[in-house]
Design a protein around this ligand. Structure first.
Ligand SMILES: [Zn+2]
Ligand SMILES: [Zn+2]
Length: 347
């Protein structure tokens, strides 16, 4: 089968590789329709990633059609022919973190393999816990956003965003924009965005956010946020950029007793200095969110396919699998938002 094989930073090759073999009862074979380029894939392509040792196949935001199931799956009603969105990993539901209702931190996750390929094996565990039907063909592309939106659902629920909250989003890349739409859907009353890229800024403004527009004047984001919040600061701040500077600017934008959620991953070892005054006297809660649970993946998929969240505009480009390198170069340029790789649009 055709696959996009990652051989190291900057080196992606379209190759013919062995199609996956179903191993256990209940394993399924997915014929891939679309697979989204995630920030993690792009980071890996640009500078490598500790989680991926080349040569390997990347890609995890996948939708497609089930074309084979080994034996009779015990705990799944998914059948051959179904079009599905697949959570790239599922929790064990047995470890200490799963028992503490933090399934995204599970220590025994079951994973799918890389999905920038014509076929991918869905292990029986992922079929039963994390594979969900997509209601119709016309929802397939949107369903590709289930995984990134599920990460946002995780963050927004864990940070208790609700009606009347003023939310500040730092960084309006695909994740920041998904976060914006989700906060709107969940009832945030005012959303502020800071983003240096003009294209991304205009997308955020189109979506109803107030955007910080004084980049050239050297104005300070935190004083702008104070101006917009009666001098108080934002209730919830999501830092959707993986830099220390972005996190620091988040500290300047939050109100007393508010939440700063470090949502973008920073490189390991990034030092962060926090003035303990903001934790003690101001009671600011500093937290982070990573990943999702199957339930939240399903929530995201349902929101996308039922139309309660309008994020179609975030998908700006679509490339054929043969153009994978162009797709990754485009993603690296910052001139695109979400990019999908089309493997077989008619799978
Ligand atoms: Zn992703
Ligand atoms: Zn577990």
């Amino acid at each position: 089968m055709k696959a996009v094989v990652y051989h190291g930073p900057g080196d992606l090759r379209i190759e013919n590789v062995e199609a996956p073999v179903l191993k256990e009862q209940g394993d399924a074979l997915l014929k891939v329709s679309y697979c989204g380029l995630c920030g993690t894939d792009v980071k890996t392509y640009r500078r490598g990633h500790h989680m991926f040792t080349p040569p390997c196949i990347l890609g995890h935001e996948v939708v497609g059609r089930i074309v084979e199931i080994k034996g009779k799956p015990e705990k799944s009603d998914i059948a051959v022919g179904d079009e599905v969105a697949v959570a790239p990993y599922v929790p064990c539901y047995g470890c200490v973190y799963c028992r503490k209702d933090k399934e995204e931190l599970c220590e025994n996750k079951g994973w799918i393999e890389g999905a920038f390929a014509e076929y991918v094996r869905i292990p029986s565990e992922v079929l039963s816990k994390g594979t969900f039907r997509v209601p119709s063909d016309k929802h397939l592309k949107l369903a590709c956003l289930s995984e990134p939106l599920a990460c946002c659902v995780n963050a927004v629920l864990d940070s208790h965003v609700g009606l009347s909250d003023t939310v500040m989003i730092i960084g309006a890349g695909p994740m920041g924009l998904l976060m914006l739409e989700l906060c709107k859907t969940i009832g945030a009353s005012k959303i502020l965005v800071s983003e240096p890229n003009a294209l991304r800024r205009s997308k955020a403004a189109e979506s109803g956010a107030l955007v910080f527009d004084h980049w050239d004047e050297g104005a300070d984001v935190s004083s702008w946020v104070k101006d917009e919040t009666d001098g108080v600061g934002a209730d919830k701040v999501f830092v959707c950029v993986g830099t220390v500077d972005a996190v620091n600017s988040g500290f300047g934008c939050v109100r007393k007793g508010g939440v700063v959620n470090i949502f973008g991953g920073l490189p390991g070892g990034s030092g962060l200095t926090i003035d303990p005054h903001i934790l003690h006297y101001d009671e600011v809660i500093v937290t982070g969110s990573f990943g999702f649970t199957p339930r939240r993946f399903h929530t995201a998929l349902t929101m996308l396919t039922s139309g309660t969240i309008d994020v179609g505009g975030i998908i700006t480009h679509e490339f054929d699998i043969d153009e994978a390198k162009e797709a990754f170069d485009m993603a690296s340029s910052g001139e695109a938002l979400k990019i999908l790789l089309k493997v077989d649009g008619n799978a």
